[in-house]
Write a new protein. Structure first.
Lengths: 401, 435
């Protein structure tokens, strides 16, 4: 009933989209940076039409949208705050704060993880291990604990960053050497791994050979575990400088693409009965922060570290061959919807362009924020949500006119 | 025939064939890196970029750091260096022409002396030693070996430092009676202890601590954080102070201060913590050190709090002269503020390698030229020893809580047995303090 009402509200406010879609978790409904949404506007004249703006504090947390609510987090004055806005209007519905360190080690600090919607519940893992379940309508704490203290897992150098993954009754967290599984109704630890360094990616669910897995990076590997029991299926040694295995892997059939920064690069693995087989390696696409997006056989993503100026690139999934490069793009992010790239440059320029190996030919672009935009944009129900490190949120209205 | 002698003869033979016959490419200098983290790789990148060095080996006690560094060298140069946990094995097996040393300060002396004994020219990070007598032992080993030792004082060759010094020495600032050196940052606050952790897989933590006391592993220390823990380094005065104090010796031509007094503490960071469960750093959060030279007074100041625009510049040096004030800084270049009302402000921008804001490329080129021509490099061990001693003496004054008189001839603190004892420190076995 609620969703019906929300739909009515939308149709009253905006012309209908051909297909609308929420973005309830990090990297979208399918955890791959792709939205099924169709019919949104890919062109505008002059400045991009702004739906609303907000300020949430320092950080890089992405935005999630579900049931008419948009949620993100930021840091200010010794506190992290989770904000919930009306997704369409930007009206603040609730916020929840708790004491937290700024954590400005070699960057400006602030929140780095992303919340996860699960219907009327919202899950959040802070950099410092605060794990909480909030009521999505009120922001009230349903349960909370510090998962790092409870499991003894050390925080990786920049703290925990992966968002909680909901699998049935469990949350799978990138905490410890090979993850932690907790009961989502009360936070009870169901399974855990050795107290060693986690990586920074968000557990990615996938199925292979009739079994379900969660795949993520720890300090020195990418590994797949059974999300229900925590039993490790395989690990692939992948050592990135400072243990920064941050970008989510990309799974397509029996292929797994992994890519990290600090000049490490990418690789394509083939899954089989035994250990994964390495098909190719490349230095062409080194995704330090945001993972690339796979669309019709091509990967689109940002190559390079924040200390240089990254390039937006297209490479062929099957071979790793570079198709095009857009230098000077900076360390922003990209998503795909309706065959188009929605990309936000490191300095806050939003581009819409066909997702094509032929080249990067934007149909529209506009400066929507100042730097640094290390957070990929998000599309939900005709609105594009963008944020920068200072916590400025700008939401662009791409509903058809 | 020894390989090195052969190479020299081969080079001579190449010259003897005359300019019209293309000489064979000279053999590349076999180069190794000891301490393969962030800064070590910054230096090694310049070695590779020079086109004259072949990276044959890397050493690090952290297997992950080593693996990453090995990959990066292969990407950048195509060289496939052999990887070693133990620098002694690296030196014995690779017999390098050049050893770059970028370990934490408490390892510099043992690494450098071993490398010189193995016949390598050495590029070692600043400050030379962690205690004064280590630095002296490095100087002696350099003399005995006849090899070139360049110390990572890249501000000796950075373009705006060179031109700033030229401006200063031209008399444009007038007579300079006082110098103030400083490094300030904003923010600050009580330092929350970091939990100790199990030693990560692949890390030889006992070896990392080496001659220093063994303490529990913490990410506070590795990578990078050791600079603020006094068992392994000397805080901001040792890390930043040495660069600016070195500039003062360069400018003045004086070789040493006569008296030193240093005070400071941790009123903002809070008392140091070291328990079985957790630890903080223990370096002062602010310090003031006064160096009394023959013709001027030099004051060092650092603060890790309260840095804002009430001070025009946050890092660098002010030379106070009769004609005005010269600031030589970091990314902000140098600026002269004349005393006369309406006088012209002069300025030159910095020219640094980013993202880390240094001039290692120039310093590396100078190092190679010194090796080729057998002359002293721009930041050779002789002068770098004198410069490195300054922050170390500041730390001794800070530890003893009194001013100290420095007899540079004897390298002794006059009439103060307790302070003299701090010129060295006990080593943890089996490591032996160098002489």
């Amino acid at each position: 009933m609620r969703h019906f009402c929300v739909a009515l509200l939308y149709s009253a406010m905006f012309p209908m989209l051909a297909v609308a879609d929420d973005w309830p978790q990090f990297r979208g409904p399918s955890r791959n940076g792709v939205s099924a949404e169709k019919g949104w506007r890919s062109e505008w004249k002059g400045e991009a039409p702004v739906a609303w703006k907000a300020q949430v504090g320092l950080g890089f947390s992405s935005i999630v949208v579900s049931g008419g609510r948009a949620v993100t987090a930021g840091h200010a004055d010794g506190k992290d705050t989770v904000f919930c806005f009306d997704a369409a209007t930007g009206k603040e519905l609730w916020k929840h704060s708790y004491a937290a360190e700024l954590g400005d080690k070699f960057f400006e600090g602030g929140t780095t993880g992303t919340t996860t919607f699960d219907g009327e519940r919202l899950f959040w893992l802070s950099r410092w291990g605060d794990l909480m379940c909030l009521d999505a309508s009120s922001g009230k704490v349903v349960w909370e604990k510090n998962i790092a203290k409870e499991t003894g897992a050390p925080g990786p150098m920049w703290g925990f960053t992966g968002a909680p993954l909901v699998v049935g009754n469990l949350l799978v967290l990138n905490v410890g050497e090979a993850g932690v599984g907790v009961d989502k109704k009360d936070g009870r630890v169901v399974w855990k791994s050795a107290p060693k360094d986690a990586g920074y990616s968000t557990p990615l669910p996938f199925e292979f050979g009739g079994a379900k897995f969660a795949l993520f990076g720890n300090g020195t590997n990418y590994l797949a575990v059974d999300p229900v029991t925590g039993k490790e299926a395989w690990r692939f040694r992948w050592v990135t400088q400072y243990g920064v295995n941050a970008a989510d892997p990309i799974v397509s059939g029996d292929r797994v693409f992994i890519s990290t920064g600090y000049s490490k690069g990418g690789t394509l693995l083939q899954l089989g009965a035994d250990e994964p087989k390495q098909l190719w390696k490349t230095k062409v696409l080194r995704t330090q922060l945001n993972a690339a997006v796979l669309h019709e056989g091509y990967l689109y993503g940002v190559d390079g570290d924040t200390t240089e100026k990254g390039a937006l690139k297209c490479i062929e999934f099957a071979t790793g061959a570079e198709k095009w490069s857009q230098p000077g793009f900076g360390n922003g992010g990209v998503i795909v919807a309706d065959g188009k790239l929605i990309s936000l440059s490191g300095d806050g320029e939003l581009f819409i362009a066909p997702a094509s190996p032929e080249g990067f030919k934007p149909s529209a672009h506009a400066k929507v924020l100042g730097p640094k935009c290390w957070t990929a944009p998000v599309l939900a129900n005709g609105l594009v949500y963008c944020r920068n490190s200072r916590g400025e949120i700008t939401v662009i209205n791409l509903h058809p006119q | 025939m020894k390989r090195r002698t052969f190479l020299q003869r081969a080079t001579l033979a190449a010259f003897a064939t005359g300019p019209f016959i293309r000489a064979a490419e000279p053999a590349k200098l076999r180069t190794v890196l000891i301490g393969s983290g962030w800064w070590g790789k910054n230096i090694l990148k310049e070695a590779m970029a020079s086109g004259r060095c072949k990276v044959v080996g890397l050493a690090d006690v952290d297997a992950n750091v080593l693996e990453v560094a090995g990959d990066q060298v292969e990407d950048l140069s195509g060289d496939k260096p052999k990887l070693y946990r133990d620098y002694r094995e690296l030196l014995a097996k690779e017999k390098p022409d050049i050893a770059i040393i970028a370990t934490p300060d408490h390892w510099h002396a043992l690494n450098t002396i071993e490398a010189l004994k193995a016949g390598a020219h050495v590029f070692v990070e600043k400050p030379t030693g962690h205690t004064v007598n280590e630095s002296r032992a490095m100087l002696r080993a350099a003399h005995e070996s006849g090899r070139v030792v360049q110390v990572g004082l890249h501000r000796r060759i950075g373009p705006h430092h060179v031109s700033g010094m030229k401006f200063l020495k031209s008399g444009a600032v007038g007579d300079v009676g006082m110098v103030r050196l400083f490094a300030h940052s904003a923010g600050g606050g009580p330092e929350k202890p970091t939990p100790n952790e199990a030693v990560p897989d692949g890390m030889d933590w006992d070896f990392w601590c080496g001659p220093a006391p063994l303490r529990p592993f913490s990410k506070k220390l590795h990578p990078g954080g050791w600079r603020n823990t006094l068992d392994f380094a000397n805080g901001t005065l040792g890390d930043w102070g040495v660069h600016w104090l070195d500039q003062v010796l360069w400018w003045s031509g004086e070789k040493y201060p006569r008296r030193i007094f240093c005070t400071g503490g941790r009123p903002i960071s809070g008392p140091p913590v070291l328990t079985e469960k957790e630890q903080t750093s223990d370096a002062p959060d602010h310090q003031v050190a006064t160096y009394e030279f023959e013709k001027f007074t030099c004051v060092w100041e650092h603060r890790k709090f309260g840095g804002n625009d009430t001070e025009k510049h946050k890092i660098g040096s002010y030379y106070y002269g009769t004609k005005g004030v010269l600031h030589i800084g970091w990314r902000d270049g140098w600026t002269f503020y004349p005393s006369t009302k309406g006088g012209k402000i002069e300025h030159e921008d910095s020219q640094l390698q980013e993202p880390d804001g240094h001039n290692i490329k120039l310093l590396w080129a100078d190092f190679l030229e010194a090796i080729d021509k057998r002359h002293a490099p721009v930041a050779g061990i002789e002068l770098a020893h004198r410069s490195s001693v300054l922050p170390l003496l500041g730390m001794i004054s800070w530890r003893t809580g009194r001013s100290i008189a420095w007899d540079a001839e004897k390298e002794q603190i006059t009439g103060d047995a307790e302070a003299n004892a701090l010129l060295a420190r006990p080593y943890r076995g089996p490591w032996v303090y160098p002489v």
